[in-house]
Design a protein around this ligand. Structure first.
Ligand code: SF4
Ligand code: SF4
Length: 429
């Protein structure tokens, strides 16, 4: 454990074995899980608020949960476990709030093919998650001859009717966030970072054409105010044009409303034994070795199984050809990390159709985590009682062995091993 939040911290530097207050590593771990889950909720609540949506219950919970972590408030283990599960419940509420805010403003996403090449002419690359920023950028660039490209978690934007209607929303460029230093250097135009994950550019690369907005900030980059993109548009026109390049076409836009539109086909295919199992392989990508697990796992999923995916972990495999089962694509990109709400709606609808619980469905969760929104989503899945979730590539450092055991005992939470071993454990030999 490590805690240095109050004056009595051991040696004036930090309590590392046991708190001077009596707090032990399990309570500390649960308080950290709670704080990180709250950060995830804050991100989604911020986006929802930007679109005019808020929820008093979520806001009230955030105050209560933060208060819970103040020195000498609570040393009760069960109380903390209930609090982190409530954090998951509140995250579900806020993801629903954000989903409703997105769909009421931009329409229900529809399956959409997206080009990954570039068109000859000036272009702006937009990264992050904020669809309101993207909408304004598209509106202000309309008719200027400047193309707009999505990067990373902006990919699902192509599926929303009110965003895809802009003909100059030209395509998706690059891969997941950890590749951005290389990819942004190679992109000739300006780059707008709306949320995480944005990195500090290497010296003498693209800092002079990097723009931040909202909560993002990089020293030396221009910070945009009031969603005024005029400076970025002028910059795009002044820089060398992008070349015409061809890229693979990828699909996105399988929001729950789109997948449930295929429900009859999907249910018939499951009943006919043509779809054996669904795998949700999703979450964050990252730079550490070991994440090839997710590419290999997706590649080895048998051909009679469907893969649901979301967030930036999909860049590990979303350019591979998975084919179809009775016209149903074997790879369904549900959207951004916050669209975990959609994945949950699909799971609940399938459970209803098959008259069983989510844990009885032929559905396995294989998740990759990196930052704190992923923590909030994991807590949501645990709050819903979903069992046997596999997480990786490494165990979260802030989960103590004692807390991990509680999660294993109650939720059968597992760490990933190898694709072959995990597939065998799920499907049998
Ligand atoms: S709250 Fe407890 S564990 Fe944290 S610094 Fe203070 S005494 Fe140490
Ligand atoms: S899914 Fe997570 S890691 Fe990926 S861009 Fe979004 S916040 Fe970053």
């Amino acid at each position: 454990m490590f805690c240095y939040q109050c004056e009595q911290t051991v040696g004036g530097t930090g309590c590392t074995k046991l708190g001077a207050c009596g707090k032990n590593e399990d309570i500390q771990s649960l308080q950290d899980i709670l704080l990180f889950g709250l950060k995830g909720i804050a991100a989604y609540a911020y986006h929802a608020r930007e679109l005019g949506a808020k929820d008093e219950q979520v806001d009230g919970f955030m105050h209560e949960a933060l208060f819970k972590t103040v020195t000498n408030v609570s040393f009760d283990l069960n109380d903390h476990i209930q609090m982190v599960l409530r954090c998951g419940e509140m995250n579900l509420k806020v993801m629903e709030l954000l989903d409703k805010a997105h769909t009421s403003r931009f329409g229900n996403p529809v399956p959409t093919e997206v080009d990954t090449g570039t068109k000859k002419g000036p272009g702006i690359l937009v990264t992050g998650h904020d669809l309101a920023d993207l909408y304004e950028l598209l509106r202000q660039t309309e008719g200027t001859g400047v193309y707009v490209y999505t990067h990373n978690e902006m990919l699902p934007a192509h599926g929303y009717p009110e965003l895809k209607k802009f003909k100059h929303l030209a395509g998706n460029y690059g891969g997941a966030w950890q590749e951005q230093k290389k990819e942004f250097s190679a992109f000739a135009g300006p780059i707008v970072a709306t949320t995480n994950c944005v990195l500090i550019p290497l010296q003498d690369t693209y800092l002079n054409r990097l723009y931040t907005i909202g909560v993002t900030g990089i020293s030396g980059a221009t910070h945009l105010k009031n969603r005024d993109f005029s400076e970025v548009i002028e910059k795009a026109k002044s820089l060398p044009p992008l070349p015409e390049t061809s890229g693979k076409k990828i699909m996105t836009g399988f929001h729950h409303t789109a997948i449930l539109g295929l429900a009859d086909k999907i249910i018939a295919a499951v009943k006919a034994g043509k779809i054996r199992r669904f795998f949700l392989i999703g979450g964050c990508d990252g730079a550490k070795p070991g994440r090839n697990y997710y590419t290999e796992f997706a590649e080895r999923v048998p051909k009679d199984c469907v893969i649901l995916t979301l967030a930036c972990g999909k860049y590990r495999f979303n350019k591979l050809d998975f084919g179809t089962i009775d016209g149903i694509p074997r790879l369904l990109d549900i959207g951004q990390c916050n669209n975990a709400y959609s994945a949950i709606q699909v799971a609940l609808a399938l459970a209803k159709a098959f008259n069983c619980g989510v844990n009885e469905l032929p559905l396995s969760f294989v998740l990759s985590w990196f930052e704190q929104k992923a923590v909030a989503i994991l807590l949501t899945l645990l709050h819903l009682g979903i069992k046997a979730i596999r997480i990786g590539p490494t165990p979260p450092a802030f989960i103590s062995p004692g807390v991990f055991k509680v999660l294993q005992d109650n939720f059968d939470l597992k760490l990933i091993t190898t694709p072959d071993k995990d597939l065998e454990a799920i499907l049998g030999k």
